[in-house]
Design a protein around this ligand. Structure first.
Ligand code: RRO
Length: 322
């Protein structure tokens, strides 16, 4: 081959920074998809991701909700896992050392029933050097008390985040928001004022599906959390709104989550205001989707003459009618 025929691809800087945490690229896993890390390794080299987020951790171990816990819908997935997890103590001893081996920033999703429980779990995890940040889950739709009760009321959410902020001194505090509210910016404002370093959005939307033959809801609790491609436009809107009304003004980075399947979806969430983008449901269909997305994102940058992917964050043009 003649030297002139070799295509020289420009180097794109794919790294992003989340409140001081450097990610080598903007793609991470959404909580709940890849367990505690190593379970997924036969399917994907998670070390190539920008960061990893664990399944939610509570104070005591939880079995979760009865089966079936998942129901496929036309453009997504309803889940009702019910916070199944090994509990914070076993997580620290058995799971965290394995996750650490990925050698990328580890975010641990934290849930609880009471303010005291959230604080207890958060303070124990704050002592763990292997963890870059705690993602406070105030948005799980699948448990009878806790989580979503805090997440749908700005005063309650602010009160919870202030209490957790007092015990989280060494790790970054991420707060994960639900779209199941009238105005997500009110919630974002409350948790940022209470000390959140980073916002992540969106958690799943409440949904239901009914077996028309026996007339029972398919999920035992009836309600479940909807994820997958159906929710992407909701995610884009929520991220765009929170970025423009709250986060962008106060320099609070957003982890965008919701129905991302392809590189173009990830770019769309970044244009809306996300600094990093989590992938979840798609990984049940195509475990390699995050790595494929990264290739497409680099190509997009090349085509648009962008040297650093971080330069596209929040650069969506305003709607034409405004
Ligand atoms: O465990 C779950 O059922 C669950 C959680 Br913690 C969450 O945050 N979001 C979701 O859709 N399911």
């Amino acid at each position: 081959m003649n030297i002139d025929q070799i295509e020289h691809k420009t180097e794109i800087d794919m790294s992003v920074e989340l409140a001081g945490i450097r990610m080598k690229n903007p793609i991470l896993t959404a909580s709940g998809i890849c367990g505690y890390g190593l379970e997924y390794l036969p399917y994907l080299d998670l070390g190539k991701m920008g960061a990893f987020t664990t399944k939610s951790i509570t104070l005591e171990p939880r079995d979760g909700n009865p089966a079936p816990r998942m129901a496929e819908t036309r453009a997504g997935l309803l889940n009702s896992i019910g916070l199944a997890n090994v509990g914070v103590d076993k997580f620290i001893v058995e799971k965290l050392p394995q996750a650490r081996r990925l050698d990328i920033p580890i975010f641990v999703n934290v849930a609880g029933r009471t303010v005291e429980e959230y604080c207890e779990v958060a303070s124990r995890l704050d002592e763990q050097d292997a963890i870059a940040g705690l993602e406070l889950n105030i948005s799980c739709p699948n448990v009878a008390c806790g989580a979503l009760e805090f997440g749908v009321d700005a005063d309650q959410a602010g009160m919870l985040v202030s209490a957790v902020r007092k015990v989280v001194k060494k790790r970054k505090l991420i707060v994960k928001l639900t779209p199941n509210v009238t105005d997500i910016s009110d919630l974002a404002r409350a948790v940022v004022d209470a000390g959140a370093d980073i916002l992540s959005l969106i958690n799943t939307l409440r949904g239901m599906t009914i077996n028309i033959e026996n007339r029972h809801p398919i999920l035992p609790r009836g309600v479940g959390g909807l994820s997958g491609p159906a929710v992407k436009p909701v995610a884009v809107y929520c991220i765009w709104k929170v970025y423009n009304e709250v986060a962008g003004k106060q320099n609070i980075p957003i982890i965008g989550i919701g129905g991302v399947q392809y590189w173009s979806d990830a770019i769309e969430l970044m244009l809306a205001g996300a600094t990093a983008v989590a992938m979840g449901t798609v990984m049940y269909v195509n475990p390699q989707a995050p790595l494929e997305a990264l290739v497409g994102m680099e190509d997009y940058c090349r085509r648009h003459k962008v040297d650093r992917i971080a330069d596209i964050i929040g650069t969506a043009e305003p709607p034409r009618a405004i």
